[in-house]
Design a protein around this ligand. Structure first.
Ligand SMILES: Nc1ncnc2c1ncn2[C@@H]1O[C@H](COP(=O)(O)OP(=O)(O)OP(=O)(O)O)[C@@H](O)[C@H]1O
Ligand SMILES: [Mg+2]
Length: 456
């Protein structure tokens, strides 16, 4: 393979030349320039593998180059910033930059980044083709689902997986956050290295620091030998910090430092240790809420939220229920050497249930039913729908008790449709066959009624 190529864009000649020397020592071929204009000219030809890009250039913002989507596909951008200007650096990450480096550039960190660039070449294309191939089949890596909502998740995973970006997965319990994290890992250059998941909520506040960062011998009572923490164990791989809002706030400060410096300090140690770990965080509560409650530091969220992935609850992907149920049943059949199946009525029942525990609950229900049923799973083997919940659930089916007024049925249908379409009023009006104006009028009436009603 030819030597990987790097373009260095910086108006500070001394800095540029010393960076060139560093990069060449890593076995890369380099080119350099000092303005945005020249950079554009360089990039219009055969694109380099990576651009090391200064944020402030005499003729504009380095970040502007990231607007060119086609260019972003062909080359990786790493921004360099001299002003500890992390805000802009993070904006650059959001726009698709691979990483950022603060000046003076730390040599070890530069090495890590360049090694990754070397390994990432070609991976992006591979993931992209996997995505289009499997889309139709309703599968993406280990994930199952064909709904629009889950396909959007696949798109995000495909985009972020081959990069080094931090990912923040947000979703209700059981929606598949850990599975998303694992998929990101499996589609990254880190796939042959460990994937570790750590539940921050399951650990005592006093132990979590040494669990994460390790400790030196004798650093506290009971520390009778040196121990590696999760960060070191996950070396070269991916670390999932699950329930991040349960991490003690003081430790969140330290985690932020780790993310910024790429190094950890073991408990009781005086020197930091370089680490190469991609962090994925997960939470089942809205991060803004956690901040308001003082459970999550805003600066940490800011750093983690470079690439948020929201996992929709199962009730917003009703059309995936059958696919998922059949997938889980297949798993049981394979394990047990059985060949059980689902009756049409059972499928209907599955679609009517509200699944507050999301995919995990569905999986448990199917596995339990497979044990109960002789050969064909019928509705009796499945949970009973709770009538009060079904009416409120934005599933595929809406039940209205006989004896309701037409107006009440209409109200329920309108609200359920809106919820299923995630509040998209235009689409809801279309689906309901009414004008947008009528929809607004109805909603105003419901709102007014709710406000005039005494709290019960
Ligand atoms: N799209 C999917 N395809 C196949 N299996 C899935 C999917 N989503 C979730 N699962 C399965 O459902 C179960 C729950 O998923 P997971 O543990 O990832 O959820 P979670 O959001 O991390 O839950 P919690 O909030 O409780 O930690 C797992 O067994 C997982 O394999
Ligand atoms: Mg989880």
């Amino acid at each position: 393979m030819s030597k990987p190529r790097v373009l260095i864009v910086d108006d500070d000649v001394d800095f540029r030349q010393s960076l060139c020397a560093l990069v060449e020592r890593e076995g890369f071929e380099t080119r350099e320039c000092g303005t945005l204009d020249r950079a554009r000219a360089e990039l219009s030809g055969e694109a380099p593998d990576v651009v090391l890009l200064d944020l402030k250039l005499p003729d504009g913002q380095g970040i502007d180059l990231l607007e060119d989507e086609e260019l972003r596909e062909r080359t990786e951008f790493v921004v360099t910033t001299g002003h500890a200007d992390t805000g802009t650096a993070i904006t650059a990450l959001r726009k698709g930059a691979l990483d950022y480096l603060t000046k003076p550039v730390d040599r070890a960190r530069l090495q890590t980044i360049l090694t990754h660039v070397g390994r990432t070449r070609g991976l992006k294309r591979e993931v992209e083709s996997l995505r289009s191939e499997l889309r139709a089949a309703g599968r993406f890596g280990p994930m199952v689902g064909r709904s629009k909502a889950i396909q959007e998740v696949y798109d995000l995973v495909a985009r972020v997986a081959p990069t080094e970006s931090t990912v923040f997965v947000i979703g209700e319990s059981g929606t598949g956050k850990e599975l998303v994290a694992e998929t990101v890992h499996r589609l990254s250059v880190r796939k042959h290295k460990p994937f570790l998941a750590l539940n921050c909520g399951a650990m005592s506040a006093s132990l979590i620091e040494s669990e994460l960062f390790g400790h030196e011998k004798g650093s506290f009572t009971g520390a009778d030998r040196r121990r590696q923490g999760y960060f070191e164990e996950a070396s070269g791989g991916t670390l999932l910090l699950d329930e991040i809002t349960e991490m003690p706030v003081e430790l969140q400060v330290r985690l932020l430092r780790v993310l910024e410096t790429g190094s950890i300090t073991r408990v009781g140690a005086t020197r930091p240790t370089e680490i190469d770990v991609r962090v994925i965080a997960a939470s089942n509560r809205a991060p803004e809420e956690a901040i308001a409650d003082g459970k999550l530091r805003e600066d940490l969220l800011y750093r983690l939220n470079v690439f948020p992935i929201h996992l929709p609850p199962l009730r917003q992907r009703g059309e995936d229920i059958e696919l998922l149920a059949r997938f889980f049943l297949e798993g049981v059949n394979e394990r047990e050497g059985s060949s059980k199946s689902l009756s049409d009525a059972a499928v209907q029942r599955l679609r009517e249930l509200p699944w507050p525990g999301n995919v995990r609950e569905l999986k448990n229900a199917v596995e339990r039913a497979a044990i109960l049923a002789d050969s064909v799973i019928s509705p009796q083997d499945l949970p009973e729908p709770d009538p009060s919940q079904v009416a409120a659930a934005p599933g595929q089916v809406l039940q209205v008790p006989v004896g309701s007024s037409i107006a009440e049925a209409e109200r329920r249908l309108i609200l359920a449709t809106l919820e299923q379409l995630e509040g998209d009023k235009k689409k809801a009006a279309e689906v309901l066959g009414i004008s947008l104006k009528t929809l607004y009028n109805r909603l105003n009436v419901y709102q007014a009624r709710k406000e005039s009603e005494p709290e019960s």
